[in-house]
Design a protein around this ligand. Structure first.
Ligand SMILES: [Zn+2]
Length: 193
């Protein structure tokens, strides 16, 4: 059962779990790290050396009516939280961590590869760093509007559209995106799922 971006309400508790969790709105970390190996202990939980285990991949995901999640991976939301919006907290947190690691400085030239959910989240967060150029690259030309109008991208490059030479506008954008200078930072958000 797929679905790794989800939110929900705690309806049942396992033995030894904090009873305060019952009825709480929650989101959860998808990657089920062991919490004991060296990478986990230093905070690099996505580098956990234990066997790969993740909600929505090796475990039932958000398309299921109910999920069984280790309580330590849950993050309680305020009462009355918008759970539909909260479903994007986990991917947003991933992009926030990546943005902090990228440490973009004002005036830098940045490319985001992929204009899907993660790419657009990354674009919005990276825009706050004040890059001189923030270009989203995606073969789907339909991503240009959400990237530039709502997320702060200054440019958009659609390789397919440029190859096809569909319009002068795309060709001009493609030239501008390629430019002569290299990007100081490239964020890859072209996933496989
Ligand atoms: Zn681990």
């Amino acid at each position: 059962m797929p679905g790794h971006e989800w939110s929900g309400t705690v309806v049942e508790l396992g033995p030894g779990t904090d009873p305060e969790l019952l009825g709480k709105p929650v989101v959860g970390e998808g990657f089920r790290n062991c919490g004991r190996c060296a990478p986990c202990r230093r905070g690099d939980t996505t580098l956990c050396t234990a066997e790969y285990d993740e909600t929505g991949f090796t475990q039932p995901g958000g398309w299921a009516d109910e999920l069984r999640i280790p309580a330590r991976l849950l993050h309680v939301q305020p009462d009355g939280a918008d759970l539909r919006a909260a479903a994007l907290l986990e991917p947003a947190a991933c992009m926030a961590a990546a943005t902090l690691l990228a440490a973009v400085v004002p005036g830098e030239r940045v490319a985001v590869i992929g204009g899907g959910t993660l790419g657009l989240l990354a674009t919005q967060l990276l825009a706050a760093s004040g890059p001189a150029e923030l270009v989203v690259v995606d073969p789907r030309a339909s991503r240009a509007v959400p990237a530039s109008r709502f997320r702060g991208a200054t440019g958009f490059y659609s390789p397919g559209a440029a190859r096809a030479g569909s319009t002068w506008w795309w060709r001009r954008r493609a030239r501008r995106a390629r430019g002569r200078r290299r990007c100081g930072c490239a964020a890859a958000a072209a996933g496989w799922c």
